[in-house]
Design a protein around this ligand. Structure first.
Ligand SMILES: Cc1cc2nc3c(=O)[nH]c(=O)nc-3n(C[C@H](O)[C@H](O)[C@H](O)COP(=O)(O)OP(=O)(O)OC[C@H]3O[C@@H](n4cnc5c(N)ncnc54)[C@H](O)[C@@H]3O)c2cc1C
Length: 491
């Protein structure tokens, strides 16, 4: 049953906890029955008027924005976050004294919500640097579009045209009701590549692009997922800097967006290090049990990544169309590595600092040097099955390998950076991957598009639930506005 299922009474909801009732709203504190605890583990007095309308699970951008949207509409909110920080898949780090993004970084064409919300906080962007030629490494040889146009035509442009022809089929009326959707959902992108892209190097190029962009090996990605990702923007636009999805970076980091949002909240509206363990609903309210507090509210919005959200104990249980769908959406795997050099030396060699590699563990890299940084910074991505394999090795080994990969393109200078930082997203607590998750082959045709459907008092946000730009921050923001609207219509 996709949505609006019968809401059952949940007797004995508070067994084991002490219930405190203030003006008809119940608070139950797991640890100390007379206090709440703030995000820094400090004790807070109980709120005098805890009229909680909505509990939000997760303080990534979707959760934070949903809470602020509801608060702007006059509703009371509490966000419960499992981690000790806000931002989720937006995460900051420091590289050679410079604030950098370890997670989401770029904003570009069609991502109006990201631009608009960032503008609210006065966040400045810079154009992603593109000085010189992009690089393509095939079988250990380095090619550039300027010097080797025929290689780029054969390996990049011509497969893009084939992909666009297949995406065209999705645009035809009746596609979603046709047998094609079932067949495409059950086929992997790897089998499509083998059958439709004859050139071995073109297949190797697309495989590395899929690892870096979808964070999965093509054998883990359904054809339907692959092609439907290019409905709004072509594959070229998705991977392009100028007038594409990678056009701008934020001067002080995209992660600042989450910090700005969190700063707008009152201290008792955001509780960190408090993973939500269970959600129970009955005909009058929903009760959310987390490690620090138990709250009762009218509605809950869950923004945890779908496979992570399945660990929450729901009473009554979620319909199988929901839980089964979420369980069959593994997170992608990505390791983001940032490496700082005394100078952007690749520019002197005529290279842009943007490249795709097929013979190394680094699938792609990009110059992200901010305008106020005196050296040069490259962001490298290890994706899909390679990220899975390299997640459990040491940071030193990964750093050495990334340096070797870059040296295979740019020469010896790449071996001597002045700083290195990385984030191994499969190991990130309560997120466990990135950039996002997608259905296993054969799942979408069984479960359909149920991810965003409310289940009684439970609403769903988060980038995976977005209709437009899922997987991006833009999608996360859109999803929270949709969920907030749903909730407001019910309150
Ligand atoms: C390496 C990387 C690069 C990326 N690059 C880009 C990019 O360039 N541009 C772009 O737009 N997007 C990019 N993305 C994707 C983007 O970061 C995400 O789409 C977006 O941040 C997701 O936000 P969200 O709020 O939906 O989910 P999340 O950020 O995952 O937030 C969910 C929150 O829920 C919390 N949580 C989980 N379980 C529980 C629980 N039981 N109780 C309480 N809290 C819980 C988690 O800790 C987390 O904080 C990238 C992501 C990664 C990892």
């Amino acid at each position: 049953m996709p949505s609006g299922q019968a809401i059952h009474q949940v007797p004995g909801m508070y067994i084991g906890h002490i219930k405190i009732i203030i003006r008809g709203i119940a608070f139950t504190d797991y640890i100390d029955h007379s206090v709440q605890i703030d995000r820094n583990n400090q004790l807070l007095p109980m709120k005098s008027e805890p009229n909680i309308d909505v509990i939000v699970v997760g303080a990534g951008v979707a959760g934070l924005w949903a809470a602020l949207t509801l608060r702007d509409a006059g509703k009371s909110v509490v966000i419960l976050e499992a981690n000790d920080r806000v931002g989720g898949r937006l995460k900051g780090g420091v590289l050679d004294g410079k604030s950098v993004d370890l997670g989401g970084q770029w904003v570009g064409k069609g991502q109006d919500h990201s631009y608009r919300v960032a503008e609210r906080y006065g966040m400045d962007t810079y154009v992603t640097p593109t000085f010189g030629n992009n690089i393509l490494e095939l079988d250990g040889e380095i090619y550039t579009e300027e010097n080797d146009p025929e290689v780029f035509e054969r390996v990049v442009r011509s497969p893009y045209k084939v992909i666009e022809q297949w995406v065209e089929k999705i645009h035809r009326p009746g596609f979603w009701d046709s047998e094609d959707t079932l067949a495409w959902d059950r086929s992997t992108t790897e089998s499509w590549l083998n059958q439709n892209i004859e050139d071995v190097q073109a297949r190797a190029y697309l495989t590395t692009v899929i690892r870096g962009f979808f964070t999965k090996h093509p054998c883990q990605l359904s054809m339907l997922d692959f092609f439907s990702s290019f409905i709004e923007q072509t594959i070229d636009e998705e991977l392009r800097i100028n007038d594409g999805a990678l056009q701008h970076c934020f001067k002080d980091g995209f992660f600042q967006l989450a910090l700005h949002m969190a700063a707008e909240l009152d201290q008792d509206e955001l509780i960190l290090q408090s993973p939500v363990r269970s959600v129970s609903q009955d005909s009058s309210s929903v009760t959310v049990v987390s490690d620090k507090i138990t709250c009762k509210a009218q509605r809950v919005i869950i923004t945890a990544p779908p496979p992570v959200a399945t660990r929450i104990d729901f009473t009554p249980p979620l319909p199988f169309t929901k839980s089964g769908c979420m369980e069959r959406m593994p997170m992608g795997s990505i390791i983001k590595c940032l490496i700082a050099y005394p100078t952007p030396f690749w520019r002197n060699q005529g290279y842009s600092g943007h490249g795709n590699l097929t013979s190394t563990i680094t699938n792609a890299f990009q110059d992200i040097t901010p305008p106020d940084y005196t050296g040069g910074i490259l962001a490298g991505f290890i994706g899909g099955d390679t990220a899975m394999i390299w997640s459990d090795t040491t940071k030193q080994k990964r750093c050495d390998q990334v340096k070797a990969d870059l040296a295979s393109v740019f020469g010896r200078q790449a071996h001597t950076p002045q700083d290195y930082i990385e984030n191994v997203w499969p190991l990130e607590p309560w997120i466990e991957g990135g950039y996002s998750c997608s259905s296993q082959p054969g799942s979408f045709s069984v479960f359909g598009d149920t991810l965003a459907h409310p289940c009684g008092r439970i609403h769903w946000a988060g980038t995976e639930t977005a209709e437009i730009n899922p997987g991006y921050v833009d999608g996360a923001l859109r999803s929270s506005e949709r969920a907030a609207k749903e909730v407001l219509a019910c309150l």
